[in-house]
Design a protein around this ligand. Structure first.
Ligand code: GTP
Ligand code: MG
Ligand code: ZN
Length: 312
C-alpha cells in the first residue's frame, strides 16, 4: 500500500510539457504533475516548475507517480521571455550556483549582443556568470584573434572566460574542476555544443548530441527540455535547449546599468547619483568609454538594451 498522505521532498531534474521528473531525497525517481497554480508574483510563466526546483509531492494511486503541492522558495532563478514579443516568461532553471554561456564564434556564431543580454539577466538575478568559448578546434587565425579580443573585453568587465573544445578535448579537465560540486547552468545557441561539453566532462552521461546544418551552420534544436545531469564529484550541470534570442524580463530601464559591473563600479564617480550614463554631464562611464576603461562594445550593448526596453 502506498501512503498517499506522506509528503516527500525532491529535486526537479526535468520538466516537460506533460511530466515533471523528480528525484526524491532518498534518490528514487518519480513522475509528477502539478496541483494548482504557481506564479512568480505578477508574471505569467509558461512553466510552473523548472529544473533545479525543490518541491514537495505526494504519491498518487499509481506507483511512481506523484502530485507536486509545494515549490520551496527559490534561492534564484533565470528567466527569459517565452518568445520575443510574448508577455509570458519561461523559467529556464532555478537554484543555481553558476551560469555558463557556451559561446561559439563559428558554426553557429554567437553575437556580443546575445552575450550581453545573457550576462545582464544572470547578473540582475545575482547568479555568478562566465563565458565558455567552445569549438577551439575549428577557429582560423581571425576567429582566434576575435576570441582574444572578447576575452579582454569580458574579463575587463569582470567576467571569467574560458576556451575549450568538447570535440578535441582542450581544457576539459579545467572545466570539470570549475563545475565540480556546484549546480551549473549551460546555456547558449543551438549547436554551440552544450550537450557535447557535458558528455566530454563526464563520458558516462548521455545527453543527446545533434548536428550542425550544412546550409545554415546552426544547430537543430536537439535538446528540447532543460535537464539536470548529476556530476561524479557532486553537483549538477543543467543542459538547456538552444535559444535564439534572450528576451529580458522584469528589468526596469533605470536599473539595467547596475547589471553591467564595469559601469556600476563607476557610478559613484558620476556627477549625479541617479546617472543613467546616456546624456548626463559629468558622467564617469562616458569618460570611461573615451579612456578605454569601459569597452565601447559593451556600452553600445547597454544603449541598445535600454532602447529596446523603452519600446516595449
Ligand atoms: N568542431 C567541433 N564541433 C563540436 C564541438 N562541440 C560540439 N560540436 C558539435 O556541434 C554539434 C552540436 O552539438 P550539441 O552538443 O548537440 O549542441 P547543443 O548546444 O547541445 O545544441 P542544442 O541541444 O540544439 O541546443 C555536434 O555535431 C557536435 O559534435 C567542438 O568543440 N568542436
Ligand atoms: Mg543540446
Ligand atoms: Zn554616468
Amino acid at each position: 500500500m502506498i501512503d498517499k498522505k506522506r509528503s516527500l521532498s525532491g529535486l526537479v531534474e526535468k520538466s516537460t510539457g506533460s511530466w515533471i521528473y523528480v528525484r526524491s531525497t532518498e534518490g528514487k525517481k518519480y513522475r509528477c504533475k502539478v496541483k494548482g497554480r504557481f506564479r512568480i508574483q505578477g508574471i505569467r510563466t509558461t512553466n510552473p516548475v523548472a529544473a533545479g526546483d525543490k518541491v514537495e509531492f505526494r504519491l498518487s494511486d499509481d506507483e511512481g507517480e506523484g502530485v507536486i503541492h509545494r515549490i520551496l522558495p527559490r534561492e534564484n532563478y533565470i528567466i527569459r521571455k517565452a518568445t520575443k514579443l510574448s508577455k509570458e516568461a519561461h523559467i529556464i532553471a532555478a537554484n543555481l550556483d553558476h551560469a555558463y554561456l557556451i559561446v561559439t564564434l563559428a558554426s553557429p556564431r554567437t553575437s556580443t549582443g546575445f552575450i550581453d543580454r545573457f550576462l545582464v539577466t544572470a547578473t540582475g538575478y545575482f547568479i555568478p556568470a562566465s563565458l565558455i568559448f567552445n569549438k577551439l578546434d575549428i577557429y582560423d587565425e581571425l576567429e582566434l584573434q576575435h576570441m582574444e579580443e572578447l576575452f579582454r573585453i569580458y574579463k575587463q568587465a569582470g567576467y571569467s572566460c574560458y576556451a575549450v573544445s568538447a570535440l578535441r578535448g582542450d581544457n576539459i579537465g579545467q572545466t570539470r574542476e570549475l563545475v565540480n560540486g556546484k549546480v551549473n547552468l549551460f546555456a547558449g545557441h543551438s549547436g554551440s555544443g552544450k550537450s557535447a561539453l557535458i558528455k566530454a566532462i563526464d563520458p558516462n552521461l548521455n545527453p543527446r548530441i545533434g548536428e550542425i546544418s550544412e546550409a545554415h551552420q546552426k544547430g537543430m534544436h536537439t535538446t528540447t527540455f532543460a535537464e539536470m545531469y548529476p556530476l561524479e564529484g557532486g553537483g549538477y550541470i543543467i543542459d538547456t535547449p538552444g535559444i535564439k534570442e534572450f528576451g529580458l524580463v522584469h528589468f526596469n530601464a533605470t536599473e539595467i546599468h547596475r547589471c553591467f559591473p564595469e559601469m556600476d563600479r563607476l557610478l559613484p564617480h558620476c556627477q549625479y547619483s541617479n546617472c543613467t550614463h546616456v546624456h548626463e554631464p559629468g558622467c564617469a562611464v562616458k569618460k570611461g568609454v573615451e579612456s578605454g576603461e569601459v569597452s565601447e562594445l559593451r556600452y553600445n550593448s547597454y544603449l541598445s538594451i535600454l532602447n529596446d526596453d523603452s519600446q516595449r
